[in-house]
Design a protein around this ligand. Structure first.
Ligand code: 9MR
Length: 578
């Protein structure tokens, strides 16, 4: 019957996307905004909220006007039940569609916030994951990385080709088992900023990792695990930082972490890697000096490493990582991820901002000024400018405060203004260009910008707009998927993630955010995609590395976003009472 309906629908409308009712599958804050979206339900006019256990109707409403999506050939109607505030477990129904149960309640995203942070533990290299922390995903230690070769591209006088160094620990980058400094840069900056913006919240967020209870919050314990690896990626002789620690080729998908027998190399130093490293170590120094008992001397080591990296960058201000060119000169050829950035303005800005804030040394100001960008992009691995802006604003630096507050508020205003015409009532999808490799991280990073605007102005509109993108990630989107493994009633089951593929556990490792819709995906990974428009090109299959991989730089803004909305959710109530 349902199939017949879909067939009729596609014949009569030419629409190529399934009809369904989508919602944040986890739920809503009692005083928060609450919306579900009917996709291609041409005949639907109203909706009901039912009590999940009793089936009793607790609220009835009319769907909003039909909205043609700008990002796919689909039409939606929004079911808004924000005025219903009673905690409980509910289902929404509209015509032939029904959601599964979700919750209205305080702290409704607390488990998600914990889950996305815990996701990092499962990415740890060089140590066994014990069952007491990892449950059924326990595994032996992968990649000791105590024998790592200096690749020909990275050879120097003091460390000629083939020199063995030790660089254990850190997180695997994504679905592969390699470790990349550039991508660690934005990841660490985002996690450290989450802590700096919401210290109290994160001090209370324990995620059952080996360090839990050691006197430092788990978000810092996790970050330090990667930080120690990052420190080992700096050449102590000159301060330059290697781009990555990698196999020559990607492992087969069914390789378990501990089975890897391939040689590991560090390859070529670069300006982006070294400046990202300088920024992360400067920010770490500032934070970790408040935890001398837990991390003795680490803050000092970080600051020394940061300065050394900065000095190297001053001498090598424009050294891109061009893997193709490198492979023409040096052997063995390296085929793993490139993260090859060519524009370093944003890295200069970020590193200068973090060093300036940590050291109070005015010499960094001229680099902040010289590398200012008028209309910066929302952060991504090759675009870290706003991380510097957020930090300068966090410390209310008098010189920069007004200018950057205006910048953030203007961007936030554009986001908020785009919501009413968005088919899903969210910020994500303001433009078709929002959908690319790792687009879900954009939704989360837009959320971070909005949270910054909210912190600057106290205006709850921005907090609500950030929540709209959280809803997007958890199911209110054109695919109907909750993009987080292990959460929601229709979530990612087959991520492109070697640990999840190669273990004997049916469920994927939880707490990992899939890359999300990417119209370029069919051309990159050659998988079959049932739908191919910007907001629908997503397939929950292992082979889809361009839409269904997971990555540390995509999880980090999710840690920030879900942590921030949990930390601030009580403001929704205070706002209602005003
Ligand atoms: O996130 C990266 C994306 O922006 C690039 O378009 C893509 C292709 O170069 O690579 C992505 O990063 C991958 C990295 O190179 C290797 N580890 C997995 C990453 C996520 O797919």
């Amino acid at each position: 019957m349902k199939r017949l309906f879909l067939l009729l629908l596609s014949i009569t409308t030419g629409i190529t996307v399934f009809a369904q009712l989508v919602v944040n599958q986890i739920g809503f804050y009692p005083e928060g905004p609450k919306q579900a979206v009917v996709i291609n339900g041409a005949l639907n006019k109203d909706f009901k909220l039912l009590h999940a256990e009793t089936g009793e109707t607790v609220y009835e409403g009319k769907l909003g006007e039909a909205i043609q999506s700008k990002n796919a050939s689909l039409v939606t109607r929004i079911a808004d039940f924000s005025e219903f505030t009673k905690p409980g477990t509910y289902i929404i129904s509209s015509g032939q569609f029904e959601t599964k149960a979700f919750t209205i309640g305080e702290k409704v995203h607390q488990e998600v916030a914990k889950g996305v942070l815990k996701g990092y533990y499962y990415q740890r290299a060089s140590m066994p994951l014990a069952a007491q922390y990892a449950g059924k995903w326990a595994r032996p230690a992968g990649h000791a990385d105590d024998v790592v070769y200096i690749h020909a591209s990275a050879a120097s006088k003091k460390r000629p080709e083939g020199t063995v160094i030790s660089a254990p620990g850190g997180w695997y980058d994504a679905g592969d088992y390699n470790k990349y400094i550039v991508n660690s840069g934005i990841t660490m900056g985002t996690l450290l900023s989450a802590y700096e913006d919401f210290p109290q919240y994160f001090e209370g967020l324990n995620v059952n990792i080996p360090e839990t209870g050691n006197g430092a919050p788990d978000i810092l314990n996790e970050a330090v695990y990667n930080l120690r690896w990052m420190l080992s990626m700096q050449d102590p002789h000159d301060g330059g930082v290697y781009n990555k620690l990698t196999n020559a080729n990607f492992d087969a998908m069914d390789t378990q972490a501990h089975q890897n027998k391939e040689a590991r190399y560090v390859v070529q130093k670069g300006t982006a890697a070294t400046l990202d490293f300088a920024a992360v170590t400067a920010q770490s120094a500032r934070i970790l000096r408040n935890f001398p008992a837990v991390f003795p001397n680490l803050a000092d080591s970080c600051l020394a490493a940061s300065r050394k990296a900065w000095n190297w960058a001053i001498k090598h201000p424009d050294m891109p990582y061009d893997q193709n060119q490198m492979n023409q000169i040096y052997k063995p050829e390296i085929a793993t991820g490139g993260y090859g950035d060519r524009n370093f303005k944003d890295e200069w800005f970020w590193a200068a901002a973090e060093l300036y804030l940590t050291t109070k040394d005015n010499k960094y100001q001229k680099f902040i000024d010289a590398n200012s960008i008028e209309k910066p992009q929302i952060p991504g691995w090759n675009n870290v400018y706003l991380l510097g802006v957020y930090s300068l604003l966090r410390y209310k630096d008098k010189i920069y405060e007004d200018r950057f507050a205006t910048l953030i508020n203007e961007l936030a205003e554009e986001f908020v203004n785009a919501i009413p015409t968005n088919a899903f009532g969210v910020v994500m999808g303001k433009s078709r260009a929002d959908f690319f490799w790792g687009s879900n991280s954009l939704a989360a990073n837009q959320g971070i910008l909005l949270i910054n605007a909210y912190r600057l102005t106290g205006n709850v509109i921005y907090l609500k707009a950030a929540i709209s993108n959280a809803d997007y990630l958890l199911g209110r989107n054109a695919t109907g998927y909750c993009f987080l493994t292990g959460f929601g009633y229709r979530s990612v089951r087959h991520p492109h993630h070697r640990p999840s593929v190669s273990d004997n556990v049916v469920e994927p490792i939880p707490g990992l955010l899939a890359g999300g819709p990417n119209p370029g995906a069919p051309y990159s990974d050659g998988q079959y995609y049932e739908f191919t428009e910007p907001e629908t090109t997503y397939a929950d299959v292992q082979g889809s590395y361009a839409s269904n991989e997971i990555a540390i730089n995509w999880n980090a803004p999710a840690v920030y976003l879900f942590g921030a909305i949990e930390a601030e959710s009580k403001q929704l109530l205070l706002n209602l009472l005003k």
